[in-house]
Design a binder for this molecule. Structure first.
Ligand code: FO1
Length: 311
């Protein structure tokens, strides 16, 4: 009995951790967005995979949300002192993962196999998969022209106004086979769309050929969790992006974006008035996940909503 969770970085990782703690061992499969991946300083960086992996392993940096706890920054400091690029910060511990991932990718290993091995070494019981082993790169059309995702997100701090998003490589990418097999498996009990940014974290996954159809045909209910509380994103640019893309930045706006894809929608008590007319079955809950107990509680709400919605 598997629960498939689709996740971006920080918010998705928190719910994935909650799910991993309330589900029996081995029942969680987390599928990560790789549209944020890029090559930087000659290294292959997979931010959402690493955020999920570090969070599940209990070694995530609690202040930053990304990167590792107890991090040191000697590499970055030294790089800056010799005139290198420091806008994208790679901590010393985190750096080891990028160096080793890059070495293995260049040696011909798939991102799936590398991720599985890193997870095993970090004693993670859940399965963590990239959405695809083929490269997909998110690009953002802004008031300053088309820019690469991390350039937009980190270097320009999400300041440019977003007009459009594109997922380069998505139309020819092959969805990760174990992900597709889980969607076809009659024993899969739920598909959870984590409270991640729909545009930059979830839609790259949905853009891979076959994924939308497999979700529609899946025997398990698909339940999304709102990344918006009271009109504001918990973290990141979701609300700002929605407004720039001409949508109402609200929990209801996110539900309407997912529309026919979802059977259930979990949003905050604060958004009770925002979800009238949403066709999915709405469950109200506390969706802010400040503590580990909050993450487990929200995971339980999502799983119980799934039980009520079994197709
Ligand atoms: N986010 C930042 O805002 N600044 C950084 O310097 C930064 C470095 C970084 C390094 C490794 C990693 O795995 C993630 C990192 N992130 C950083 C987060 C990341 O860019 C975004 O949070 C995700 O791509 C969006 O989900």
């Amino acid at each position: 009995m598997t629960v498939v969770a689709l996740s971006g970085g920080v918010g998705g990782a928190k719910l994935a951790l909650g799910l991993s703690r309330v589900l029996p061992e081995g029942e969680l499969l987390v599928v990560c967005n790789t549209g944020d991946d890029f090559e930087h300083l000659g290294l292959c960086i997979s931010p959402d995979i690493d955020t999920v992996m570090y969070t599940l392993a209990g070694v995530a940096n609690p202040e930053l949300g990304w990167g590792r706890a107890d991090e040191t920054w000697s590499f970055m400091e030294t790089l800056g002192a010799i005139g290198g690029e420091t806008w994208f910060r790679l901590g010393d511990r985190d750096l080891a993962v990028h160096v080793e991932r890059t070495r293995r990718l260049r040696g011909g290993m798939t991102l799936s196999a590398i991720t599985a091995d890193l997870c095993a070494r970090l004693s993670i019981a859940a399965r963590v998969l990239p959405m695809s082993d083929d490269p997909v790169r998110t690009r953002v059309r802004t008031d300053q022209g088309w820019i690469d995702f991390q350039e937009y997100f980190v270097r320009r701090r999400c300041e440019p106004v977003v007009h459009e998003l594109a997922f380069h490589g998505a139309s020819t990418a092959r969805a990760q086979p174990d992900f597709m097999a889980a969607l076809r498996d009659p024993d899969t009990k739920a598909v959870v769309i984590c409270p991640s940014n729909p545009f930059i974290s979830i839609e790259p996954i949905l853009a891979i050929p076959g994924v939308r159809t497999a979700l529609a045909d899946c025997s398990a209910p698909v339940i999304a969790v709102s990344p918006i509380i009271g009109g504001r994103a918990i973290k990141g640019p979701t609300a700002k992006m929605m407004a720039e893309l001409g949508m109402t930045p609200s929990a209801g706006g996110v539900a309407r974006r997912y529309d026919a894809l979802i059977d259930g929608y979990v949003c905050d008590f604060a958004d009770m008035d925002q979800v009238a007319g949403v066709s999915a079955k709405v469950t109200l809950a506390q969706t802010l996940m400040s503590t580990l107990a909050d993450r487990e509680a929200l995971a339980r709400v999502v799983l119980s909503a799934a039980r009520m919605l079994r197709r």
